[in-house]
Write a protein that binds this ligand. Structure first.
Ligand SMILES: *Cc1c(COP(=O)(O)O)cnc(C)c1O
Length: 419
């Protein structure tokens, strides 16, 4: 059967051999999976999720009982005062945009302390010119880069003593950068410093790809508001779209006013039949994230055993579900990505090519053989066509599908990469 999928005995043997060395790491993942499952079940029980939550509204979407319960479940799972969970968010980037526009006013200062934010925010902020950017409304922006993959604590301290900052943005996951993702202890340490200098600063955390990877979320270490996508971790591969914003009640309310319209805010927003999918998604999410993490660990081990640089290594603590393979070779990046596409259940006959994706600077290669368009909690792999040609691989709804996708990708680099 492997042969019918184009996977050779050599690759099966290679992957199985590397897998044996991952079992101890898998056990740690299962501990977090169980803990996060507990959190979800507790939130379902406390908020009395029942069958009527699956009902739906249309039109304005007033009095959508299920939507209100969903927001309470997310609130409790994330340790928040309040949460906004809506399918009217097109993506994680859209939720980040709504949050920034909700919190900032003309002349306010936005400061990123994890270097340049995620690529899609370039035009939102105005780092790249856009007539509708925050800067076009008179919002000011500045950034402090990371040093050695940690915050520049001294520079942040000095900056806050000399400037009145309204919002600080922290992005935990690496995005398309070469840095490491930022763990919660560092996030907690820097927030403590920030609040000791200016307790009014709003700390907003881009939590994309990080939910349920460990047992805690950023609100527990002092973040004011966190944002993430439902076609990533918390959607569990089942939510068809949407995103969440969670945190301080007053801030979440402002986001509701901005998402819809001032005066109606969170009272409106039809759910159009997706409540059950969102609930089922967060119900599955602890296990789906665990599958993605196991796939990432196996990928790291296999590629490392083949002599490639990987980040993180198979036995390093993980902050997000993203696995980097540093190919230093454009052909290998493309071939590996093609292999992931070929090893997917949907669109397995598509041949991946680099293209100019809206919102991104370089050409991007992207494998996404997913049920939900662009879903990156499903097995997916992408990367910008620039030095050092890094594959950003993530997802897999189940570990066996992840393992098969990896085998397919490894087959491609053994056969075609760089030749
Ligand atoms: C995925 C991601 C986003 C949002 O991406 P969308 O594709 O718009 O959902 C934002 N920040 C980070 C770090 C991400 O990984």
């Amino acid at each position: 059967m492997y042969k019918e999928l184009g996977i050779s005995d050599e690759v099966v043997e290679l992957v199985n051999k590397s897998e044996e060395k991952c079992l101890e790491e898998f056990k740690k993942i299962e501990e977090a999976e169980e803990f996060n499952t507990l959190k979800v079940l507790k939130a379902f029980k406390q908020n009395r999720v029942n069958e009527s939550c699956f009902n739906s509204t249309t039109g304005y979407g007033y009095n959508d009982y299920g939507r209100e319960v969903i927001e309470k479940v997310f609130r409790d799972v994330l340790g928040a005062e309040d949460a906004l969970v809506r399918s009217q968010f097109i993506s994680g980037s859209h939720a980040l945009t709504v949050c920034l526009f909700a919190l900032l006013r003309p002349n306010d200062l936005l400061l990123s302390i994890s270097g340049k934010p995620y690529d899609t925010l370039d035009e939102v902020i105005g780092i790249k010119d856009n007539k509708s950017s925050l800067m076009s409304y008179g919002v000011k922006y500045d950034q402090i880069d990371l040093v050695n993959d940690d915050f520049d604590y001294d520079k942040i301290e000095e900056y806050l003593k000399n400037n009145k900052v309204k919002v600080i943005e922290i992005q935990r996951s690496k995005g398309y950068s070469t840095r490491r993702s930022i763990d919660l202890s560092k996030v907690g340490k820097v927030i403590k410093l920030i609040k000791s200098i200016d307790s009014d600063v709003i700390v907003m955390v881009d939590n994309c790809y990080c939910e349920f990877v460990s047992e805690a979320e950023p609100l527990s270490v002092g973040a004011d508001v966190i944002v993430g996508s439902l076609i990533k971790n918390l959607g569990g591969g089942i939510a068809p779209n949407g995103a969440y914003i969670a945190g301080r009640h007053d801030l979440v309310d402002l986001c509701g006013e901005r998402l819809t319209l001032p005066g109606e805010g969170r009272e409106v927003g039809p759910t159009l039949g997706i409540n059950k999918s969102i609930l089922q998604g967060i119900y599955m999410a602890p296990s789906v994230v665990a599958s993605a993490l196991k796939t990432a660990i196996l990928t790291a081990k296999v590629l490392e055993d083949l002599g490639y640089e990987v980040e993180p290594k198979y036995n390093e603590d993980r902050v997000d579900i993203v696995q980097n393979i540093i190919f230093r070779d454009p052909n290998k990046l493309v071939e590996f990505t093609r292999g992931i596409q070929m090893g997917s259940a949907i669109d397995s006959d598509a041949i991946v090519e680099a293209w100019d994706m809206p919102g991104y600077d370089d050409k991007v290669v992207m494998a996404s053989g997913s049920f939900t368009q662009g879903s990156s909690i499903e097995l997916s792999c992408d990367g910008p066509m620039r030095e050092p040609y890094i594959a950003y691989m993530q997802g897999a709804l189940t570990y066996p599908y992840g393992k098969l996708g990896l085998m397919s990708a490894v087959q491609r680099i053994l056969k075609n990469g760089g030749e």
